[in-house]
Write a protein that binds this ligand. Structure first.
Ligand code: GTP
Ligand code: MG
Length: 308
């Protein structure tokens, strides 16, 4: 922890996006201050409770986001922050300020540019609902397949960044897809990402979640899939191709079965051929796009090397 001892803690911006977190925000700010971190920025999503007032009274800088959604808030904050290090944490009191050292360490050591606090490492009973835990595991697996890198908790709300990372991620998602996008963008741009174990505690009984597990989970899955088009086109077009080819085969089997019973289904035969051909074409698109992406990656690597 030598590096942390020499760290000027004002060089670390603690960024907290909030929406109606009056139950937990005060304790969170106090905990960070007692860890020695005074540079605290709350970006608020037009809370209708006392979040902003309480945060200000307890020494945080508070700004109100211009638009809506956690994603928009994070993007706006990233534009404003000019500190060398950034730690982002949810304001709902489910993460511990004392884990900030674990989140920062690999960044200060130069081993990482973006750290993910892994909630799976140690979570309190009740911190995840069964649905949330299953959803998180599925989405982590989907991410692993799509991007070929196994990160235990891509959706964590506790992260560390260097200034370079927050200024170079190109973010567009407005809602809870922002975590996926930050992780994908970092992997895509070959930034050094590292997972660190943290503790995840249960949400306070009187604090409400803003996340709808099914609706937001589905949106996140779609984001992982959609973004794979540019990073791993074989995965994206492969899934489309498999879907189309399998539907073609299913229709084809029905056509053959009918034909054996003496019924000829011409339109369905054409449909079978079209589905299978389009499916195969998707695989070919996948291979071509894969080639383009590999060449692009190589060019970017050379450009980065030249700039270093
Ligand atoms: N500024 C801003 N913050 C938001 C918005 N929506 C949610 N947040 C904050 O983002 C953080 C994460 O939101 P949560 O509702 O805890 O979502 P989550 O942690 O993904 O979901 P849970 O697992 O249910 O806790 C919290 O600090 C929220 O207050 C928003 O629209 N604007
Ligand atoms: Mg939460």
């Amino acid at each position: 922890m030598d590096i942390q001892a020499s760290l000027n803690k004002n060089d670390v911006c603690i960024l907290i996006p909030t929406l109606n977190e009056e139950v937990t925000i005060v304790q969170l700010i106090k905990d960070f201050r007692s860890e020695g971190f005074e540079n605290i920025l709350v970006i608020d999503g037009h809370s209708s409770d006392n979040t902003r007032k309480l945060a200000e009274e307890n020494g945080a800088k508070v700004i109100v986001q211009e638009g809506k959604g956690k994603g928009q808030a994070v993007q706006e904050a990233f534009q404003l922050i000019e500190d060398p290090y950034i730690v982002m944490i949810d304001g709902d009191g489910t993460y511990l300020a004392s884990d900030v050292h674990a989140v920062l360490q690999p960044i200060l050591d130069g081993h990482a540019e973006h750290t993910l606090g892994n909630r799976m490492a140690n979570f309190e009973a009740g911190a995840f609902t069964k649905l949330n835990l299953a959803g998180n595991k599925i989405l982590n697996k989907l991410f692993g397949f799509a991007y070929g890198i196994w990160l235990e908790d891509i959706l964590t709300g506790y992260r560390g960044f260097t200034h370079h990372v927050i200024k170079n991620l190109s973010l567009t998602e407005m809602g809870f897809e922002i975590e996926t996008e930050m992780t994908v963008e970092s992997v895509k741009n070959e930034m050094k990402v590292k997972v660190v174990p943290i503790t995840y505690v249960a949400r306070h009984s009187s604090a409400a979640t803003k996340l709808n597990p099914l609706r937001d989970g589905l949106k996140i899955a779609k984001t992982i899939f959609r973004m794979a088009r540019l990073h791993n086109p074989m995965f994206y077009f492969g899934i489309l191709g498999t879907g189309l080819t399998l539907s073609g085969i299913a229709v084809g089997l029905y056509v053959v079965n009918e034909w054996m019973n003496g019924v000829t289904r011409i339109p369905m035969t054409i449909l079978t051929a079209l589905l299978i051909l389009t499916g195969i074409q998707m695989f070919i698109f996948g291979m071509l796009s894969d080639l383009i992406v590999s060449l692009h990656r190589e060019t970017m690597r050379m450009l980065r090397k030249r700039d270093d």
